[in-house]
Design a protein around this ligand. Sequence first.
Ligand code: DAH
Length: 339
Amino acid sequence: MEQQIKKAQENAKSEITASEELSTLNDVRVKYLGKKGELTAILRGMGALTPEERPVIGELVNKVRDELEELIAQKEREFKQKQLNARLANEKIDITMPSKKTVLGSIHPINKIIDEVKEIFLGMGYQIADGPEVETSYYNFDQLNTPQDHPARDLQDTFYITEDVILRTQTSPVQARVMENQKPPIKIICPGAVYRSDAVDATHSPVFHQIEGLVVDRDISMADLKGTLEMFVKNCLGKDTKIRFRPHHFPFTEPSAEADVSCFVCGGKGCRVCKNEGWIELLGCGMVHPNVLTNCGIDPKEYSGFAFGFGVERIAMAKYGIEDMRLLYENDVRFLKQF
Ligand code: DAH
């Protein structure tokens, strides 16, 4: 029997050494150590031995079994390590290779100006209002005291969707929408796109941006308007900027004015940016017309207000020295990256 055990031990060892993958190793384990394996069979046959032989053979079988199990486990570890090495070699990545650069965009100069203006007015306690770009002629014109025969309502100036629905020509309709929905005190600005039936050239575009401002409260006067706009231009264009007001006409303000700022490039001496005038025309403004207040359900005897509106592109062009408005819309990153 000892012979038989030794034989099985020899065979098993050489089969373990010869096996080249996990599955054949497993076959070897079943063949010798499994329930029906050779060593197990020997153990079972031990009943036929003499009581003296039994412990000797039992010990030998156990020893051989332990040895084989250890050999198999060792071989198994070898296989697993080999597998892992192969996988690592296979999945190796070259970390020294330069990565793909993510190209970060930059804030568009129009949005930069809008953000700056928002900051300035938020700092003065204003709120940001919003309104639709597809607007009714009622809000764009009628509510703003703009009569049927006003030239701005002309088909040549305004994009009509239907007779009553247009693309807003100004951000001013937001004034009416806010006043209808909010009791004074009101202090808002509203940035947004506006549309006019203009041909594209260096200073015109059918789509451009405006920022509207509106303040309504008790005892609001022209002095508040002037003080506010002066604060604004100094913050936005530089602390030495001067502002001047010229009488003008807008249907929705009375009195109305246009405001110019001293050229912040030459300081007023005259240069290319201000076309040698020393001043740059900046915005329209005035005291909210009593008819507009009444239209929106606010009593003009109790409340007064001022309003203003200006073009964002105009400020961007002046501030950054951009001579052709089309550059702002062409989205050439080489241009946009400069701001
Ligand atoms: N909406 C005017 C325009 O597009 C600008 C303007 C003028 C706005 C006077 C105002 C204002 O709020 O009071 O030309």
